[in-house]
Ligand binder design. Sequence first.
Ligand code: SF4
Ligand code: SF4
Length: 260
Amino acid sequence: MTNKTKGIMGNSSETIRDLDNSFIADNYRGGIVLNTGAADDQIELAESACPTKALTSAKGDYKDLQVDHGKCIMCGYCSEIAPKLIKMKNKPDNPTQTKSRLIEQLVPQVQSSESYEQIGIALKNKIHKMFGRSLAIRQIDAGSCNGCEIEITALNNPIYDIERFGIHFVASPRHADVLLVTGPASRNMEIALKRAFEATPNPKIVIAVGACACSGGIFGDTYATTGGIDKIVPVDVYIPGCPPRPQSLISGLFLAIDKK
Ligand code: SF4
Ligand code: SF4
């Protein structure tokens, strides 16, 4: 059995057991960490292995190596080919309010250590204060592979059960406070996304979910895609990941409400 097959089989194990606990299984691929003590000779290898051009180094020097977490799909190729330079970490990257903050140089991101449950309760209190009752989300698939939708669907399952925090999904943008958008967006979805944005009442919040919505991700910027939903509609929060787990989704929602 190859290492890659073993890795895929390992990922099928349960990744969260207790929502009150921020425990994440060791084999979960949440993102990458740049090793500050690494040699320059692995930079070119890592850059050429990256399918989404998330890793770049203008001068081929370690000091100007940067990773765009909005483009990283956590495939792990860079850490396989340049293990001294890059390691995978099991903690996901945090959502951000600006795209530039998804780009990391040598300064590691501070990870949120709060559990899904803690963020959910804080979010519920905030929604109650700001909206009086509940928060309505319209999810828009702007050409995703459906991986992000599986995680979004998990928010409604009996484990994560996001409705208990006063958040529910609605069938029309006219009834929504938040647009949760996935996908790169494909050219075919450009007009539909614009119309959904226009139909959503003010003050509306737009959240880009996953590497595709943040930057085009694995689909990139091609004749068929636009290279990120912020080319079409203004974005309030970017949630990196491929796909982002429920904890990242709820952190992104919290950040978006905080911004308004
Ligand atoms: S994990 Fe994959 S997508 Fe992310 S930087 Fe490494 S090679 Fe690129
Ligand atoms: S970010 Fe990853 S999981 Fe989400 S739509 Fe893109 S490829 Fe699929």
